[in-house]
Design a protein around this ligand. Structure first.
Ligand code: SAM
Length: 225
């Protein structure tokens, strides 16, 4: 799986691939990543990438030309690349999207900045657009990383232990049951007693019930989505 990040600020993204699981996945060649900076594609001498909004409005927008030229180059070099725009106004990014997109060979994330991106760029190049939550961030770098991370851990071999994907939150529309690590008693705080008895089918049933309760508690409107 290859990720291309189109961003004015690659330094916000790169450190995430230089530690822990994603670093190992890159070293083992299960993942690769690269950056394109729209500023390198500007035709104006001041390397400007933003301009005022047509029709008025506070703030500046990333204008078409640098992004068109940048994305054209990416598409010529990688005709199969799948292009995703983080967009506060889009549908939410969910675990099913992460799983589905983990089957792509190459995903390009295009980060907006300032007040966002001229809509014509999104119309021409987006295969999909996603919001990562109902709030507005200063740029698309964090949303791109959030999606890349969620996608990457579903790519074969990245986690090294695929079983850990099977009982996680959002599988089967349920949230994960509470989990505990050793020791059993920490400062008189105890774990669920049943977990200690070694009856795996009983533990499994109990975890399922707790998943159902937890989902009802934290996602009371889930069925209505
Ligand atoms: N004016 C835009 C609006 O009201 O929807 C917000 C622009 S935001 C300041 C700049 C960039 O950050 C966006 O182009 C997008 O790439 C990214 N962004 C901000 N919040 C986001 C969110 N919740 N989900 C995905 N992307 C987001």
């Amino acid at each position: 799986m290859k990720f291309t990040f189109v961003t004015l600020f690659p330094n916000l993204i790169e450190p995430y691939f230089q530690d822990s699981i994603l670093k190992k996945a890159v070293e083992a060649n299960f993942l690769s990543y690269e950056f394109y900076n729209p500023r390198d594609f500007t035709l104006n001498k001041h390397k400007k990438v933003d301009s005022a909004m047509i029709g008025g409005g506070a703030g500046m927008l990333l204008f078409c030309q640098p992004l068109f030229d940048c994305l054209n180059e990416i598409k010529i070099k990688n005709p199969e690349a799948y292009i995703v725009f983080p967009l506060a106004a889009a549908k939410p990014f969910r675990q099913n999207d992460a799983k589905r997109l983990s089957n792509k060979k190459h995903i390009v994330f295009v980060s907006g900045r300032y007040e966002g991106i001229d809509e014509r760029v999104i119309e021409k190049y987006a295969n999909e657009v996603f919001s990562i939550g109902e709030y507005v961030l200063t740029g698309g770098e964090l949303p791109s990383l959030v999606m890349a991370d969620a996608i990457a851990r579903n790519v074969d071999e990245v986690l090294g232990n695929e079983a850990s994907l099977e009982v996680e939150s959002y599988e089967n529309n349920l949230l994960e049951a509470p989990s505990f690590a050793k020791p059993e008693n920490f400062e008189n705080l105890l774990v669920v007693k049943e977990y200690l008895k070694g009856n795996h089918s009983r533990i499994c049933d109990l975890k399922f019930q707790m998943s159902v309760y937890r989902t009802k508690y934290y996602r009371p409107n889930k069925e209505k989505r």
